[in-house]
Design a protein around this ligand. Sequence first.
Ligand code: FAD
Length: 475
Amino acid sequence: MTTHLVWLRNDLRVNDNSALWAACRSRHARVIALFIATPAQWRQHNMAPRQAEYIWRSLRQLQQSLAEKGIALHYHQCDDFAAAVSYLQDFCRQQRVDALFYNYQYEFNERERDAAAERLLSQQGVTVQGFDDSVLLPPGSVRTGNNEAYKVFTPFSKAYRKRLRAGLPECLSAPPARTEAPLTALPPLSPFDYPRESFDEQLFPVGEAAALQRLRAFCRQPVLAYPAQRDFPASEGTSRLSVCLATGTLSPRQCLHRLLREQPQALEEGAASIWLNELIWRDFYRHLLVAFPRLCKNQPFAAWTKKVAWQQRPDRFAAWREGKTGYPIVDAAMRQLNATGWMHNRLRMIAASFLIKDLQIDWRSGERYFMSVLIDGDLAANNGGWQWSASTGTDAVPWFRIFNPTTQGERFDAGGEFIRRWLPELAAVPDKAIHHPHDWAKKNHQRLDYPLPIVEHKAAREQTLAIFEAARKAS
Ligand code: FAD
């Protein structure tokens, strides 16, 4: 009997899993699965402890789901990618594996690891097959008329939609069970040797059943209010499916198919089409990682921005990180992040812009910090979001456009509902004054246990314009 091994990584589901489906195609093969945890590598990547915890809890559920299909999920923990490849070789020998199936990851180090695994296993006589699974369309498959990678989102998105209209990527069901009865003696799953931090399962659905349930509910109704609600952090206007997509308890194809089932116009127009655009942004950043691998190596896309003279201000960075900048919307955002592991998209833009363009701190420090706290941390999306905010990216906000953190707060949290949730020290401040609490306190002879603004926005803006201008001139 031949043995097929599925090497699971950020594809923690049995439904619509290309590698698992392919491994199960032959009814006669013995199918087993393996997950290798690499805590040393995770530390190097700044993986948030909450994300590791989410993966571990989802893995436990996946082991059960696979057992019901007659597939044993094995588990091993080692340090880094090199050790993982070496373990994989040993495992294939011990288990007499004939063929390995896995879904691609697009980050540079992951691609190097997979190339090494493929080379060494082929030498060992194992057939290896990889699949594009975490994107709607494979990186490199949608290119400009000049056969180049798209660097600007809008034409990319138009071309993407055209391709999707021409034929949707197939959404696979779970493979049929391979044994009459579920497996019972399951390989042990010990906790990761990684710092542990709990999270709220009501906010972040663990495992694929909960992810699918959240997806169905969102596509049925809330998606219709998405364009009107998505920028207001006080409302539950977005799907909160990012952790599921980042770890693969849900696939983007499942999102697309469910969206079209509930909202058939989504590929063309209307509210649901706006949500689809976000899924396309997600793919855009993945396609960019493959086309421009330097993005994985701390490099800005726009070379001239290497010359920007960032400030070394650990005190200001600490104030930003802790939500103590004196700008209520920025501080509420950072406290939401620190307390839950998630931040609303509008706030990610505001908080990132503040760090970069009010404090003139290198965007890479912010990128690293986000990664170390976000439950949905994802190199492609995080790097894309930071480079967008820093004006260093491909299709980024122009360098001379600088968010005003106070007016952003006034626009997107007018009455301060969100701010109040996270800054109890501003409870006494009336709605009208919530974005200028110190002005109100002074006028009313009140004492506030809340920091004064650490920079004055107008002056900071001028300095930022000057350092970007100088960088442009120098390059
Ligand atoms: P929804 O609005 O419901 O969107 C649906 C899905 O589309 C999301 O779950 C996500 O997978 C994808 N998506 C939405 N917006 C974007 C976007 N701008 N870029 C790429 N994909 C997107 N997203 C991450 O998943 N991981 C990150 O580490 C991350 N870091 C970010 C850092 C910065 C500075 C910025 C500005 C954005 C970042 N984003 C990141 C993108 C976005 O903020 C989150 O995907 C979104 O807030 C997740 O909430 P949601 O699931 O409710 O999104």
